[in-house]
Design a protein around this ligand. Structure first.
Ligand code: ADP
Ligand code: MG
Length: 277
């Protein structure tokens, strides 16, 4: 779906490249987390994936379309939707309903299709009660849910999320998590999720670590969390849940290895607890 071949990126007259030597393939349907310290190049990597920027060396292709071919740009953006860190930068309409329609109008879809998809999207993401509300007056979690729903209504093959929960409070974060969990159940959708929260990494089956403009790790969350000095070098933390599981194990509780979500831990302690994090 997305392929980087020896990609490098240097902004303006900067002396050091923001990214270099990136070789990467993301297959359709994969769910990939991207982590790394601030300034390591995560946002740049995402922007390259939907042709918001083009590489200064090498090439990026999306379903075979080369992103620095100007005639491919709109097709690439149709295939790959991007969610920003701050939903205020994404929401443009006066009501939630119009926000959901906006992107589809830009794609030139017929109004009957747009109406149908708006209804579907309102139901799917439980936004019916918000349909007439002004997006800019919603809570942070609601705003981000609307922003994500509006991009999904355009039916991109791939969704890129750039730290979508970093500006939200704990409740807003949980709202967005619930939505992302649902999304991952849809195995046809490719999801690339940049996050600074260790607990969010385990939601993906593959994790990339970006450090000083390079992809220095590309494997499963389980393998990442087994590392030790690398984690501190890359300024990454283990999920708090893993540390708690570890302590419970030391205290004699039968907690299986490889648990890093609160739900997973609750399930291990009280199977079928039925709640969600
Ligand atoms: P991250 O998302 O991991 O924090 P970024 O991709 O935003 O990293 O930034 C990577 C590097 O590129 C940083 O050194 C940053 O200062 C630089 N950079 C990012 N955007 C621009 C820009 N528009 N112009 C110049 N330098 C930039
Ligand atoms: Mg960033």
């Amino acid at each position: 779906m997305i392929r980087f071949s020896d990609v490098s990126l240097t902004y303006g007259s900067s002396a050091t490249p923001a990214l270099s030597g990136i070789d990467l393939t993301i297959e359709a349907g994969e769910s990939v987390a991207v982590v790394g310290p601030s300034g390591s190049g995560k946002t740049s990597l995402l922007r390259l994936m939907n042709a918001l920027i083009v590489p200064t060396g090498g090439r990026v292709t999306v379903n075979g379309l080369v992103t620095n071919d100007p005639s491919s740009v709109w097709d690439v953006r149709r295939l790959v939707g991007l969610i920003f860190q701050n939903p205020d930068n994404q929401l443009v309409s006066t009501t939630v309903e119009r926000e959901l329609a906006f992107g589809m109008e830009n794609l030139g879809l017929v109004s009957q299709t747009i109406r149908e998809r708006v209804e579907e999207t309102l139901v799917r993401f439980r936004l019916q009660d918000l349909r007439d509300r002004a997006p800019h007056r919603l809570s942070g979690g609601e705003k981000q849910r609307v922003a994500i729903a509006a991009v999904l209504a355009m039916r991109p093959a791939c969704l890129l999320l750039d730290e979508p929960t970093s500006l939200l409070d704990a409740a807003g974060r949980r709202e967005v998590w619930r939505m992302l969990e649902e999304l991952r159940a849809d195995s046809s959708k490719t999801v690339v999720h940049v996050t600074q929260f260790p607990d969010e990494i385990g939601l993906s089956s593959r994790v990339l670590v970006v450090f000083e403009g390079k992809v220095v790790f590309d494997s499963t969350p389980a393998e990442l969390f087994e590392l030790d000095e690398e984690l501190s070098r890359w300024s990454l933390r283990r999920p708090a849940t893993m540390d708690i599981a570890h302590e419970l194990r030391d205290a004699g509780y039968a907690i299986p290895e490889g648990i890093w979500t609160l739900d997973g831990l609750l399930d291990a302690l009280a199977p079928g607890h039925g709640g969600s994090a």
